[in-house]
Write a protein that binds this ligand. Structure first.
Ligand SMILES: Nc1ncnc2c1ncn2[C@@H]1O[C@H](COP(=O)(O)OP(=O)(O)OP(=O)(O)O)[C@@H](O)[C@H]1O
Length: 247
């Protein structure tokens, strides 16, 4: 059984085909990278996997259960967490409360019950996650005051607070300097080692080539290649569509 699988997933936006016949399979414990040039359909794929848009056609299965007619919160509760390209944390809440809100949806969907949540075990759980992502000593800081690298970690922590089985990471390394990207890679490996399977949209080739176990390459909404990072780096179609232009 695949952890997550799409079958002939297609999405059209008023005639524009953003994604065409995409069939991918995710194995538990692997780090899958989705790469390709701007406009290739990568974010659209994440939007379909997280229920933000319904597919025009095709199917999504999570542990063999069909997901493509569920709402985003139902998909999140089923075990697919995600981050967004643009940071979406609540800037005027502190780091701890940002996590409590996210964690709260796991237990009381649709409600934000701070008082009920301010119970020890929920705080203990989110503090464990903050410790894990390296944000525990910043727990009382407002999210908007964090530097970009830590804002990105907070995004990841918020997705982890839902206790997902799969985490979709949309350009988590964008804007990070080399050392921060290295730390992020360590964090993503640690997430995988804890039994949460990551899928990454990435433009940073250092991250793609050193972190991902397997890659799927999209171009103009279609899959043009899949394979190991070394195979993809040498693939003439990928160099032509993407890597040649990037480097
Ligand atoms: N909500 C939408 N409405 C209309 N068109 C959309 C919508 N979302 C995406 N598109 C179009 O679908 C195509 C694929 O876009 P998408 O954002 O998925 O690409 P991407 O690979 O994530 O690009 P980038 O690397 O720039 O983020 C583009 O032509 C885009 O303009």
């Amino acid at each position: 059984m695949h952890l997550l699988e799409t079958k002939n997933l297609t999405k059209e936006f008023s005639g524009l085909v953003a994604l065409q016949n995409i069939s991918i399979q995710l194995q538990e414990g692997e780090i899958l990278g989705i790469i390709g040039p701007n406009g290739a359909g990568k974010t659209t794929l994440f939007n379909l996997l997280s229920g933000i848009f319904p597919p025009t056609s095709g199917e999504i299965y999570f542990q063999d259960v069909r997901l493509d007619d569920l709402k985003p919160y139902q998909i999140a509760l089923a075990g697919i967490g995600r981050t967004f390209q643009i940071v979406r944390s609540f800037g005027d809440l502190d780091v701890l409360r940002n996590l409590l809100v996210a964690h709260g949806h796991r237990f009381y969907p649709g409600l934000s019950l701070f008082s009920r949540f301010a119970q020890r075990r929920h705080i203990a759980k989110v503090e464990e996650i903050l410790d894990w992502v390296g944000l525990l000593d910043r727990k009382h800081e407002l999210a908007k005051n964090l530097p970009l690298g830590l804002k990105k970690r907070l995004e990841i922590a918020r997705a982890l607070a839902l206790e997902p089985k799969v985490i979709l990471l949309d350009e988590s390394s964008a804007g990070l300097v080399h050392e921060e990207a290295e730390e992020l890679m360590q964090l993503i490996r640690a997430i995988r080692d804890r039994g949460i399977t990551p899928i990454l949209i990435e433009h940073n080739m250092h991250v793609v080539m050193n972190l991902c176990d397997r890659l799927v390459v999209l171009d103009h909404g279609e899959e043009i290649a899949r394979g190991l990072p070394g195979e993809i780096r040498a693939d003439p179609a990928v160099i032509e569509a993407y890597l040649g232009k990037e480097t």
